[in-house]
Write a protein that binds this ligand. Structure first.
Ligand code: BDR
Ligand code: CA
Length: 312
Protein backbone atom coordinates (compact mmCIF):
# COMPACT_ATOMS: atom_id res chain seq x y z
CA UNK A 1 0.00 0.00 0.00
CA UNK A 2 0.99 3.59 -0.65
CA UNK A 3 2.27 5.37 2.50
CA UNK A 4 0.46 8.53 3.54
CA UNK A 5 0.65 10.95 6.46
CA UNK A 6 -2.52 12.93 7.14
CA UNK A 7 -2.60 16.36 8.78
CA UNK A 8 -6.06 17.14 10.12
CA UNK A 9 -8.26 19.53 12.10
CA UNK A 10 -10.99 16.93 12.75
CA UNK A 11 -13.55 18.26 11.74
CA UNK A 12 -16.61 16.55 10.23
CA UNK A 13 -15.06 16.01 6.80
CA UNK A 14 -11.58 15.31 8.22
CA UNK A 15 -13.24 12.42 10.09
CA UNK A 16 -14.62 11.14 6.77
CA UNK A 17 -11.12 11.44 5.30
CA UNK A 18 -9.54 9.49 8.18
CA UNK A 19 -12.18 6.78 7.80
CA UNK A 20 -11.59 6.46 4.08
CA UNK A 21 -7.80 6.43 4.42
CA UNK A 22 -7.77 3.84 7.20
CA UNK A 23 -10.23 1.55 5.42
CA UNK A 24 -8.77 1.80 1.90
CA UNK A 25 -6.59 -1.27 1.27
CA UNK A 26 -4.20 0.59 -1.07
CA UNK A 27 -3.31 3.25 1.53
CA UNK A 28 -1.03 2.84 4.53
CA UNK A 29 -1.70 5.59 7.09
CA UNK A 30 1.70 5.98 8.80
CA UNK A 31 0.63 8.78 11.09
CA UNK A 32 -1.85 11.57 11.68
CA UNK A 33 -0.84 15.03 12.85
CA UNK A 34 -3.32 17.44 14.39
CA UNK A 35 -3.51 21.21 14.18
CA UNK A 36 -5.78 24.01 15.35
CA UNK A 37 -8.40 24.80 12.73
CA UNK A 38 -12.02 23.71 12.85
CA UNK A 39 -11.57 23.35 16.63
CA UNK A 40 -8.76 23.92 19.11
CA UNK A 41 -5.91 21.45 18.84
CA UNK A 42 -6.77 19.44 21.97
CA UNK A 43 -10.31 18.93 20.70
CA UNK A 44 -8.89 17.95 17.31
CA UNK A 45 -6.66 15.32 18.93
CA UNK A 46 -9.56 13.98 21.01
CA UNK A 47 -11.83 13.84 17.95
CA UNK A 48 -9.22 12.08 15.83
CA UNK A 49 -8.55 9.43 18.48
CA UNK A 50 -12.30 8.91 18.97
CA UNK A 51 -12.77 8.37 15.25
CA UNK A 52 -9.96 5.79 15.22
CA UNK A 53 -11.81 3.98 18.03
CA UNK A 54 -15.06 3.91 16.07
CA UNK A 55 -13.09 2.51 13.12
CA UNK A 56 -11.50 -0.10 15.36
CA UNK A 57 -8.30 1.06 13.65
CA UNK A 58 -4.86 -0.38 14.33
CA UNK A 59 -2.46 1.62 16.47
CA UNK A 60 -1.86 4.60 14.16
CA UNK A 61 0.20 7.34 15.88
CA UNK A 62 -1.59 10.66 16.34
CA UNK A 63 0.49 13.75 17.15
CA UNK A 64 -0.53 17.05 18.72
CA UNK A 65 0.68 19.98 16.64
CA UNK A 66 0.33 23.74 16.59
CA UNK A 67 -2.14 25.51 18.84
CA UNK A 68 -2.34 28.52 16.57
CA UNK A 69 -1.24 29.76 13.16
CA UNK A 70 2.30 31.09 12.62
CA UNK A 71 1.33 34.74 13.11
CA UNK A 72 -2.28 35.03 14.14
CA UNK A 73 -4.64 33.76 16.79
CA UNK A 74 -6.62 30.59 16.11
CA UNK A 75 -10.17 31.15 14.81
CA UNK A 76 -12.22 27.97 14.87
CA UNK A 77 -15.11 26.89 12.64
CA UNK A 78 -17.46 25.48 15.28
CA UNK A 79 -20.33 27.28 13.58
CA UNK A 80 -19.85 24.77 10.75
CA UNK A 81 -18.49 21.70 12.55
CA UNK A 82 -20.50 21.84 15.80
CA UNK A 83 -19.48 22.72 19.36
CA UNK A 84 -17.24 19.64 19.58
CA UNK A 85 -15.88 20.23 16.07
CA UNK A 86 -17.35 16.88 15.08
CA UNK A 87 -21.00 17.53 14.32
CA UNK A 88 -22.04 17.23 18.01
CA UNK A 89 -21.74 13.45 17.82
CA UNK A 90 -20.83 13.08 21.49
CA UNK A 91 -18.43 10.21 20.79
CA UNK A 92 -17.00 8.43 23.84
CA UNK A 93 -13.56 9.69 24.86
CA UNK A 94 -10.80 7.45 23.51
CA UNK A 95 -8.45 5.48 25.71
CA UNK A 96 -5.71 5.85 23.06
CA UNK A 97 -2.95 8.28 23.95
CA UNK A 98 -1.39 10.76 21.54
CA UNK A 99 2.20 10.20 20.40
CA UNK A 100 4.49 11.58 23.11
CA UNK A 101 6.86 13.44 20.79
CA UNK A 102 4.30 15.76 19.17
CA UNK A 103 3.24 16.23 15.56
CA UNK A 104 6.51 17.39 13.99
CA UNK A 105 8.56 14.50 15.35
CA UNK A 106 5.80 12.09 14.40
CA UNK A 107 5.73 13.34 10.81
CA UNK A 108 9.52 13.44 10.58
CA UNK A 109 9.88 9.80 11.62
CA UNK A 110 6.84 8.59 9.68
CA UNK A 111 8.34 10.08 6.52
CA UNK A 112 12.03 9.27 7.02
CA UNK A 113 11.39 5.68 8.19
CA UNK A 114 9.10 4.85 5.29
CA UNK A 115 10.59 2.36 2.82
CA UNK A 116 8.77 4.18 0.01
CA UNK A 117 8.22 7.92 -0.59
CA UNK A 118 5.27 9.24 1.38
CA UNK A 119 2.41 11.42 0.20
CA UNK A 120 1.71 14.13 2.75
CA UNK A 121 -1.97 15.06 2.87
CA UNK A 122 -2.76 18.36 4.65
CA UNK A 123 -6.51 18.65 5.21
CA UNK A 124 -6.25 21.62 7.55
CA UNK A 125 -4.39 24.91 8.01
CA UNK A 126 -0.79 24.14 6.95
CA UNK A 127 0.96 25.34 10.13
CA UNK A 128 2.40 21.92 11.04
CA UNK A 129 3.53 21.25 7.48
CA UNK A 130 5.29 24.62 7.16
CA UNK A 131 7.11 24.07 10.46
CA UNK A 132 8.09 20.53 9.44
CA UNK A 133 9.51 21.59 6.08
CA UNK A 134 11.46 24.46 7.67
CA UNK A 135 12.75 22.50 10.67
CA UNK A 136 13.50 19.22 8.90
CA UNK A 137 14.02 19.91 5.18
CA UNK A 138 15.55 16.43 4.83
CA UNK A 139 12.04 14.96 4.83
CA UNK A 140 11.55 16.36 1.32
CA UNK A 141 13.79 13.61 0.00
CA UNK A 142 11.32 10.94 0.99
CA UNK A 143 8.16 12.77 -0.07
CA UNK A 144 6.34 11.64 -3.20
CA UNK A 145 4.40 14.90 -3.01
CA UNK A 146 1.82 16.90 -1.12
CA UNK A 147 -1.89 16.63 -1.89
CA UNK A 148 -3.49 19.48 0.04
CA UNK A 149 -7.07 20.51 0.61
CA UNK A 150 -6.77 24.25 0.42
CA UNK A 151 -7.40 27.34 -1.64
CA UNK A 152 -9.53 27.82 -4.72
CA UNK A 153 -9.16 29.03 -8.26
CA UNK A 154 -12.17 31.24 -7.65
CA UNK A 155 -14.26 32.14 -4.62
CA UNK A 156 -13.92 31.40 -0.93
CA UNK A 157 -15.73 30.11 2.13
CA UNK A 158 -13.97 31.77 5.10
CA UNK A 159 -14.15 35.06 3.21
CA UNK A 160 -15.48 36.01 -0.20
CA UNK A 161 -12.13 35.08 -1.78
CA UNK A 162 -10.29 32.88 0.75
CA UNK A 163 -10.71 29.21 1.57
CA UNK A 164 -10.65 28.36 5.31
CA UNK A 165 -7.41 26.31 5.50
CA UNK A 166 -5.33 28.90 3.63
CA UNK A 167 -7.10 31.87 5.28
CA UNK A 168 -6.41 30.45 8.76
CA UNK A 169 -2.65 30.42 8.18
CA UNK A 170 -1.69 32.13 4.91
CA UNK A 171 2.03 32.35 5.79
CA UNK A 172 2.13 28.59 6.36
CA UNK A 173 0.44 27.92 3.02
CA UNK A 174 2.92 30.22 1.27
CA UNK A 175 5.85 28.36 2.86
CA UNK A 176 4.43 24.98 1.79
CA UNK A 177 3.79 26.04 -1.81
CA UNK A 178 7.33 27.42 -2.03
CA UNK A 179 9.11 24.48 -0.43
CA UNK A 180 10.08 22.78 -3.67
CA UNK A 181 7.89 19.70 -3.11
CA UNK A 182 5.33 18.88 -5.85
CA UNK A 183 1.93 20.08 -4.62
CA UNK A 184 -1.53 19.16 -5.84
CA UNK A 185 -4.12 21.71 -4.72
CA UNK A 186 -7.50 20.12 -4.03
CA UNK A 187 -9.32 23.42 -3.68
CA UNK A 188 -12.91 24.53 -3.23
CA UNK A 189 -13.54 24.23 -6.97
CA UNK A 190 -13.54 20.43 -6.60
CA UNK A 191 -14.04 20.12 -2.82
CA UNK A 192 -17.55 21.56 -3.02
CA UNK A 193 -18.73 19.15 -5.66
CA UNK A 194 -18.66 15.63 -4.24
CA UNK A 195 -21.81 15.00 -2.20
CA UNK A 196 -23.67 11.96 -0.89
CA UNK A 197 -27.45 12.26 -1.33
CA UNK A 198 -29.92 11.98 1.57
CA UNK A 199 -31.24 8.48 0.70
CA UNK A 200 -27.70 7.18 0.74
CA UNK A 201 -26.46 8.88 3.91
CA UNK A 202 -29.62 7.85 5.73
CA UNK A 203 -28.99 4.23 4.75
CA UNK A 204 -25.38 4.56 5.94
CA UNK A 205 -26.62 5.85 9.32
CA UNK A 206 -28.52 2.56 9.81
CA UNK A 207 -25.52 0.37 8.97
CA UNK A 208 -24.46 -2.14 11.63
CA UNK A 209 -20.79 -1.11 11.19
CA UNK A 210 -20.37 1.79 13.67
CA UNK A 211 -17.89 3.60 11.40
CA UNK A 212 -20.25 3.47 8.42
CA UNK A 213 -23.10 4.66 10.63
CA UNK A 214 -20.96 7.55 11.92
CA UNK A 215 -20.11 8.51 8.33
CA UNK A 216 -23.86 8.64 7.59
CA UNK A 217 -24.50 10.92 10.56
CA UNK A 218 -21.57 13.20 9.67
CA UNK A 219 -22.84 13.52 6.10
CA UNK A 220 -26.29 14.41 7.45
CA UNK A 221 -24.69 17.12 9.62
CA UNK A 222 -22.76 18.44 6.64
CA UNK A 223 -25.91 18.60 4.52
CA UNK A 224 -27.80 20.47 7.24
CA UNK A 225 -25.03 23.07 7.43
CA UNK A 226 -24.39 23.66 3.73
CA UNK A 227 -27.98 23.25 2.50
CA UNK A 228 -28.27 26.91 1.65
CA UNK A 229 -25.03 27.19 -0.37
CA UNK A 230 -26.03 27.25 -4.05
CA UNK A 231 -22.54 26.12 -5.07
CA UNK A 232 -22.97 22.73 -3.39
CA UNK A 233 -25.17 19.92 -4.73
CA UNK A 234 -28.03 18.29 -2.82
CA UNK A 235 -26.42 16.16 -0.12
CA UNK A 236 -23.67 15.95 2.49
CA UNK A 237 -20.16 16.90 1.38
CA UNK A 238 -17.42 14.29 1.60
CA UNK A 239 -15.10 17.34 1.66
CA UNK A 240 -11.56 16.51 2.79
CA UNK A 241 -12.19 12.82 2.03
CA UNK A 242 -12.19 13.74 -1.66
CA UNK A 243 -8.52 14.72 -1.44
CA UNK A 244 -7.68 11.29 -0.04
CA UNK A 245 -9.74 9.66 -2.80
CA UNK A 246 -7.49 11.54 -5.23
CA UNK A 247 -4.40 10.07 -3.57
CA UNK A 248 -5.83 6.56 -3.97
CA UNK A 249 -6.94 7.22 -7.56
CA UNK A 250 -5.18 10.29 -9.03
CA UNK A 251 -6.97 9.85 -12.37
CA UNK A 252 -10.18 11.08 -10.70
CA UNK A 253 -8.80 14.61 -10.89
CA UNK A 254 -8.14 16.83 -13.87
CA UNK A 255 -5.33 19.20 -12.94
CA UNK A 256 -3.46 22.01 -14.61
CA UNK A 257 -0.02 23.30 -13.65
CA UNK A 258 -0.23 26.99 -12.89
CA UNK A 259 1.63 29.49 -10.69
CA UNK A 260 -0.17 29.98 -7.37
CA UNK A 261 0.54 32.90 -5.05
CA UNK A 262 -0.95 33.22 -1.57
CA UNK A 263 -2.07 36.75 -0.78
CA UNK A 264 -0.49 37.75 2.54
CA UNK A 265 -1.56 41.37 2.51
CA UNK A 266 -3.88 42.43 5.33
CA UNK A 267 -7.43 43.20 4.27
CA UNK A 268 -9.95 41.86 1.83
CA UNK A 269 -7.73 39.46 -0.09
CA UNK A 270 -5.68 37.96 2.77
CA UNK A 271 -5.52 34.19 2.35
CA UNK A 272 -6.65 34.20 -1.28
CA UNK A 273 -4.85 31.81 -3.61
CA UNK A 274 -4.17 33.82 -6.73
CA UNK A 275 -3.91 31.35 -9.61
CA UNK A 276 -2.30 32.72 -12.77
CA UNK A 277 -4.33 31.02 -15.46
CA UNK A 278 -2.56 32.98 -18.17
CA UNK A 279 0.57 30.91 -17.68
CA UNK A 280 1.64 28.53 -20.42
CA UNK A 281 3.75 25.63 -19.25
CA UNK A 282 7.31 25.77 -20.51
CA UNK A 283 7.35 29.54 -20.98
CA UNK A 284 9.14 31.47 -18.26
CA UNK A 285 6.93 34.49 -18.37
CA UNK A 286 3.39 35.62 -18.98
CA UNK A 287 3.24 38.25 -21.71
CA UNK A 288 6.90 38.99 -20.98
CA UNK A 289 6.33 39.50 -17.25
CA UNK A 290 7.44 37.05 -14.56
CA UNK A 291 4.47 35.36 -12.99
CA UNK A 292 4.26 35.49 -9.21
CA UNK A 293 3.82 32.24 -7.37
CA UNK A 294 5.00 28.66 -7.47
CA UNK A 295 3.91 26.02 -9.95
CA UNK A 296 1.19 23.86 -8.47
CA UNK A 297 -1.00 21.11 -9.94
CA UNK A 298 -4.36 22.79 -9.46
CA UNK A 299 -7.41 20.52 -9.48
CA UNK A 300 -9.88 21.93 -11.96
CA UNK A 301 -12.31 19.07 -12.26
CA UNK A 302 -13.18 15.90 -10.40
CA UNK A 303 -15.06 12.83 -11.53
CA UNK A 304 -17.88 13.41 -9.06
CA UNK A 305 -19.69 10.09 -9.44
CA UNK A 306 -16.57 7.94 -9.41
CA UNK A 307 -15.19 9.77 -6.36
CA UNK A 308 -18.45 9.39 -4.46
CA UNK A 309 -18.63 5.70 -5.39
CA UNK A 310 -15.03 5.16 -4.33
CA UNK A 311 -15.73 6.85 -1.00
CA UNK A 312 -18.87 4.80 -0.43
C1 BDR B 1 -11.73 23.11 4.78
O1 BDR B 1 -11.98 23.83 5.99
C2 BDR B 1 -12.41 22.96 6.99
O2 BDR B 1 -13.49 23.50 7.67
C3 BDR B 1 -12.74 21.66 6.33
O3 BDR B 1 -12.44 20.59 7.21
C4 BDR B 1 -11.85 21.65 5.11
O4 BDR B 1 -10.59 21.10 5.39
C5 BDR B 1 -12.66 23.60 3.71
O5 BDR B 1 -12.48 24.97 3.46
CA1 CA C 1 -10.19 19.95 7.45
Amino acid sequence: PHPVVLDVDTGVDDALAVMFAVRHPALDVRGISCVAGNADVDQVVANTLAVLDVLDAPDIPVGRGSEHPLLELARDARHVHGSDGLGNQDLPASSRTPYGGGALELMRLAILDSPEPVTLVPLAPMTNIALLLRAYPEVKENLAGIVAMGGAVAGGNATAVAEFNVWHDPEAAAIVLGAGVPVTMYGLDVFSRVVVEPDTYEALSDDPDPAVALAGRLLAHSHAVIRSDPRVGHGGLIGDAGAVCAVARPELLTTHRWPVHVSLAPGLTRGQTVVDRRYVLGEDSVHGVDSLGHLVDVALDVDVEATRDLFL
